[in-house]
Design a protein around this ligand. Structure first.
Ligand code: DAK
Length: 258
């Protein structure tokens, strides 16, 4: 994992951490960085010792968006053929709980990256926004879809048509982030939450995540049917037996992800 140039990958116990690492350009998301991020997340997903992960840009900035230097002179066909979407898809395909730890700017693709995570811990310095309108484009990694589903149409319009930045505190009021903490402890708090997530029954966490994400894409009846099947499925797991027996025996469960 140490041969990555644009991301750092570490593990603390059952928690993986990926840190975007191009500080000189505010972690601008170049294709090379996104390729490494995607590869790192796939590895953490495949690692049975990892139960949850944190995605961060570190203490100063999350990411100021896709790399404008890289995009400036590209044509439409070239953009399409580069299949960036496939690489970004690794973030939403990550099956374990993924916590974003956001300090400073989370703009454009950086903001979309945070919105792809399952929980967001924001430092009090965090600024969320989709300033693409100022570049003559629109968000391309989910911004126009995930913002309105999260905060409603009108705030989404403001953010995407005016390029307004949303502060950490306002993001909290809007339900866009789970916690606002002092910037110097953002990553630590996210790691603690991820450790708690990693201690839960892994299969149940995976299916709960899948079911909640599905609720944003389907009708209520289809979503309920999916939830019910996942619920029944878990009764085929050893962890369901362990969880319920442990409760009855008044002890802590030992989940195995089986
Ligand atoms: N790209 C490249 N370089 C960037 C950058 C970016 N997005 N953001 C900042 N930098 C560079 C600056 O050019 C500067 O470099 P030097 O001049 O020092 O060489 C350095 O980082 C420090 O930035 P500033 O000097 O500008 O710092 P300030 O504190 O004054 O301002 C700022 C910070 C974040 C307000 C400002 O840098 C800024 O406005 N940055 C651009 C933000 C932005 O417009 N982001 C949206 C980009 S478009 C898709 C996937 C993703 C996307 C689209 C499609 N598919 C899968 C299809 C995403 C698109 C986008 O994100």
């Amino acid at each position: 994992m140490s041969d990555y140039q644009h991301v750092l990958v570490e593990r603390e116990g059952a928690v993986g951490r990926v840190t975007l690492n191009r500080p000189q350009v505010l972690n601008a998301l170049s294709p090379a960085l996104v390729a490494e991020l995607s590869d790192a997340l796939r590895s953490l997903d495949a690692d049975p010792a990892v139960g949850a992960a944190v995605l961060t840009g570190g203490d100063r900035v999350f990411a100021a968006g896709a790399d404008i230097q890289d995009m400036a002179e590209r044509g439409a066909v070239e953009q399409l053929l580069r299949d960036q979407t496939g690489r970004w898809a690794a973030v939403t395909a990550f099956a374990k709980p993924l916590v974003a730890a956001v300090n400073g700017y989370a703009l454009g693709g950086g903001c979309e990256l945070a919105l792809m995570c399952d929980l967001i811990v924001a430092g009090d310095s965090a600024r969320f926004g989709q300033p693409e309108i100022n570049l003559g484009i629109i968000p391309g990694a989910g911004g126009t879809q995930r913002w309105p589903r999260t905060v409603g149409k009108y705030v989404a319009m403001e953010v995407m048509l005016l390029g307004t930045h949303i502060s950490a505190q306002r993001a909290y009021q809007l339900g866009l982030v789970n916690r606002v903490v002092p910037a110097e402890v953002t990553v630590r708090v996210a790691m603690e939450i991820a450790a708690q997530l990693a201690a839960k029954a892994p299969l149940a966490a995976r299916l709960a995540k899948e079911s909640i994400n599905r609720s944003l894409e389907t009708s209520l009846s289809e979503g309920l049917a999916h939830e019910r099947k996942s619920f029944y499925f878990l009764f085929a797991s050893e962890d369901q037996k362990e969880g319920m027996r442990a409760f009855l025996e008044k002890r802590r469960p030992e989940f195995k992800g089986r």
